[in-house]
Every structure is written in structure tokens, then in C-alpha cells.
Write a protein that binds this ligand. Structure first.
Ligand code: GDP
Ligand code: IMO
Ligand code: MG
Length: 423
């Protein structure tokens, strides 16, 4: 059996949480492989909306084992709060949730460092979610981080103190106040005690043995390919590998065991935080998209920047991930437009026209060149199957399939589980 991967092809918030929840019944395991509580994955069903930050989006399906993989950075305080919040939904997290002992711990000072680094960058700031993601991955790569398995060791406190001293030195260099630290540490150690009671495992064995035993696994990406540490719009990226390859290293699965790669994208584009966004709209159209799509961050509440679909960027994400099936989200948000624009190329200052995301493209002004397509300009509430789609929406889907050379197997027409059209 091979592991399927679902990941975002844009700047995050494509609707990964909704689709993992929709697909979960076809799987036995859902596993997060990177990122941390910078993610906000929204699920809607039975009139209730849930936002998950650390827990995989298969948690509402009682037969699914949810794994927080080794590639994840884990905030114990946020995890504890999230599990407590699920209490009223009678979820058996001792049975349905396990955590890799090799996942990296976000400690309180990682969050302070995140804030210190951002402040020092001034108007060049990344627009981080301030959840401590960058500093935690820095410590992981720098070989000084704490891992979940460490909390079981009698010298965990000593290891913590060593890391704390290092962080204190850096924070004093930045002249960053530590007033909050005592309070943060109190909740941190309470949460550590709670996490100790969870199922902490060597998840790479569980995952590989499950595959060998014929079980189906879905790896759930966080963030999106354009925020990837290597291929995103660096430095305005997150600090993990958000791509298919990240699912291999973030779960301990060999590349030869990857099956389908589901690439998920919005029918337009959004981005929160700073960094280049060639098709961004600063006018009434952008504002209308934000309002119609309720484009406000699931983690920070910040308004998301909005713009038309960017084909060169989407083709790039499909290429680096080996996407085998596309899922198009939030088609209903475009209901309000008589015409829809799609960026096919960028024009550079010297007049040249390109359609590649080269190294230089992040730093130079790239003016999008658009193709205009007719909008359907009607509601999609009554749509139950692809056959019910207005002709213009079918036209949009087939135009994109022709350009992207990958089939669009799913179109989402609303936030609820039920508002999902499979082709
Ligand atoms: P994720 O981070 O990729 O899981 O996405 P988020 O949950 O951060 O953001 C997606 C938002 O769009 C959430 O509020 C979803 O409830 C909502 N959503 C998902 N699919 C659709 C859709 O097809 N139409 C509309 N209107 N909203 C959707
Ligand atoms: P999901 O999984 C959208 C963005 C931040 C910032 C940059 C770096 O919900 O799609 P970080 O906190 O990682 O240091 O922030 O990345 N970012 C996201 N944007 N969705 C996300 O996750 C994001 N996670 C991080 O806004 O620009
Ligand atoms: Mg999100």
C-alpha cells in the first residue's frame, strides 16, 4: 500500500482541513508531517465549525488513527487546549491520537524569539504567526532542540534549562523583555505533564507497518508550496518543507511508497503575512473576494490578501510536488463576478514575458498578464453534481485542466462537508 499526500499549492488556507475531513473515511490513518500551530485547518459539518491547529483533520472520524509526525513542531500548551476543546465531542483521543517521540517541542522562549526577530526586521518582517515556528526549526536544524521523547527522560528539566539559557542570551541581545516568561513556563510545564499521558510513539514504525499491512494513509500538509522553505517566496516563507518530499522526511516514508498526490488550490489566490503576490488586488474586486470568501486568517484573524488565480505559480507547485489530482476550492466565491481573470504570464520591467518562478522573480516587479474568462455569476447552492454546474464553471475547470495538465477531481462550492462535488 502507498501513502497518499494532500497539500496546499498556494500560500496556505486552500481548504486542506475541509478536504482531509471529507476524504478521511477512505483512510485508516491521517498524519500531519510538518508545520505546527501556525496552521489553522477549518472543518464544517452539522452546523458546527472547528479550527484545528495541531491535531490532524481526521479526528472527527472515530475509526481513524491521527498521527502527529516527527516533522511537526508541537506546542504542548496549544495541543492541550485543543484536546480539552474537543472534550464535548466525545472524541477518544487516547485511541485516536498519537504523537511521534521525534516531533520537536516549541518552548515558551521560541515564541518570544519569534517576536524579537520579527521586531528587529521592522518593515521587512515576515508576518509570522508568532507561534515560535521559525526559532523551533532553527533549533532543530541547529541540533539543540527538545523532542517529545525527551519529556519522558529524568533529565528533561536540565535539557530545558540549557536551551533556556541559550535563548535568554539571544533575547538579551535583542533587548527583549521577559516579563511574560514565568506565566508562559507555568502553562508549559502543566501542558508537558498532560502530554506525558498521551500515546507517544515511534511513528515511523507505525506508519510503515500500517502500509505493509495494507492500510491506507493520508498525509495532511500544512501551509502551502509557495511558503516552502526551499521553493517558496524566500525569505517570506515558513520554516518547513511543505511539499511531497516533506511528507517523506516528516513521517519516515520512502519516496517509493508515495501514492496519489492531491494538490489543493483556491479558484483564486490569497496570502496572509508579507511577501510577493503578483496577482494581488488592491481594489473593490479584491475587497469583494475577501468579503465573499470570508478571507480572514484561521489562526491570527488577520485579513487575507486576495487576488486572481496565478497559473505560473500553480504550475510550479504541481511540478515540485508531482501532483496527480487537483482539487479546486471555493469556486462559490467567484459567483459574484461577471468575468474572471487568470494570470498566464508575468511581464517584467524590461518588457520580457515569462511564465517561470525563477530565483529573481521574488525580488523584481512582475506584472501579471491575464486571460479573461466568462463568469457564471449565479449561486451554486443547488449544485449536487458536476452535471449541474453552469456552463461557464465547467469552462473554467476545463480551461485549467488544459493549462495544468492534471485532472481536477474535486470542486468545492461551500465550507460544509456536503458542499463538495467529486467528479
Ligand atoms: P486550510 O488551512 O487549508 O485548512 O484552510 P483554512 O481553514 O485556513 O481556510 C479555508 C477557509 O475556507 C475556511 O474558513 C473554510 O471553512 C472555508 N472553505 C473551505 N472550502 C470552501 C468552499 O468551497 N467555499 C467557501 N466559501 N469556503 C470554503
Ligand atoms: P495553513 O496550514 C497561511 C504564513 C504566515 C507568514 C509565513 C511565516 O492554515 O494553511 P510562520 O508562523 O510559519 O513563521 O509564518 O507563513 N503562514 C501561513 N499562511 N496558512 C498557514 O497555514 C500558514 N502558516 C504560516 O502568515 O506569512
Ligand atoms: Mg489555514
Amino acid at each position: 500500500m502507498k501513502m497518499d499526500v494532500l497539500l496546499g499549492l498556494q500560500w496556505g488556507d486552500e481548504g486542506k482541513g475541509k478536504i482531509v475531513d471529507v476524504l478521511a473515511p477512505e483512510y485508516e490513518i491521517v498524519a500531519r508531517f510538518q508545520g505546527g500551530p501556525n496552521a489553522g485547518h477549518t472543518l464544517e459539518f452539522d452546523g458546527i465549525k472547528h479550527v484545528l491547529h495541531q491535531i490532524p483533520s481526521g479526528i472527527f472520524r472515530s475509526q481513524i488513527l491521527n498521527i502527529i509526525g516527527n516533522g511537526v513542531v508541537l506546542d504542548p500548551v496549544i495541543l492541550k487546549k485543543e484536546i480539552e476543546g474537543l472534550g464535548k465531542f466525545s472524541i477518544d483521543y487516547m485511541k485516536n491520537l498519537v504523537v511521534s517521540k521525534k516531533a520537536t517541542i516549541i518552548v515558551p522562549t521560541h515564541k518570544l524569539l519569534d517576536a524579537a526577530y520579527e521586531k528587529s526586521k521592522g518593515d521587512k518582517k515576515i508576518g509570522s504567526t508568532l507561534k515560535g515556528i521559525g526559532p523551533t526549526y532553527q533549533d532543530k536544524i541547529g541540533r539543540s532542540a527538545l523532542r517529545i521523547g525527551d519529556i519522558l527522560s529524568p533529565d528533561f528539566n536540565d535539557k530545558y534549562q540549557t536551551l533556556l539559557e541559550k535563548h535568554r542570551t539571544i533575547l538579551s541581545f535583542y533587548d527583549f523583555p521577559l516579563d511574560e516568561l514565568q506565566e508562559l513556563e507555568k502553562s508549559f510545564f502543566e501542558a508537558i505533564a498532560f502530554v506525558k499521558s498521551l500515546n507517544l510513539i515511534d511513528s515511523e514504525y507505525v506508519v510503515n507497518e500500517a502500509l505493509s499491512g495494507g492500510k491506507k494513509i493520508l498525509a495532511e500538509g500544512a501551509q502551502g508550496s509557495l511558503l516552502d522553505i526551499d521553493f517558496g517566496s524566500y525569505p517570506f516563507v515558513t520554516s518547513s518543507s511543505t511539499m511531497t518530499a516533506g511528507a517523506c522526511s516528516g513521517l519516515g516514508v520512502a519516496p517509493s511508497r508515495i501514492g496519489e498526490v492531491f494538490g489543493i488550490f483556491k479558484a483564486y489566490c490569497t496570502r496572509v503575512g508579507s511577501g510577493p503576490f503578483p496577482t494581488e488586488l488592491f481594489d473593490d474586486t479584491g475587497e469583494a473576494m475577501r468579503k465573499e470568501g470570508n478571507e480572514f486568517g484561521s489562526t491570527t484573524g488577520r485579513p487575507r490578501r486576495c487576488g486572481w488565480l496565478d497559473l505560473p505559480a500553480l504550475k510550479y507547485s504541481i511540478m515540485i510536488n508531482g501532483v496527480t489530482q487537483l482539487f479546486m476550492m471555493k469556486a462559490d466565491v467567484l459567483n459574484i463576478f461577471e468575468e474572471i481573470q487568470v494570470c498566464t504570464h508575468y511581464q517584467l520591467k524590461d518588457g520580457s514575458v515569462v511564465d517561470k518562478l525563477t530565483f529573481e522573480i521574488s525580488d523584481i516587479e512582475a506584472t501579471p498578464i491575464y486571460k479573461t474568462l466568462p463568469g457564471w455569476n449565479c449561486g451554486l447552492d443547488e449544485v449536487r453534481s458536476y452535471d449541474d454546474f453552469p456552463a461557464e464553471l465547467k469552462g473554467y475547470v476545463s480551461y485549467l485542466e488544459k493549462e495544468l495538465q492534471v485532472p481536477i477531481r474535486l470542486v468545492s462550492v461551500g465550507p460544509d462537508r456536503m458542499q463538495t462535488i467529486l467528479r
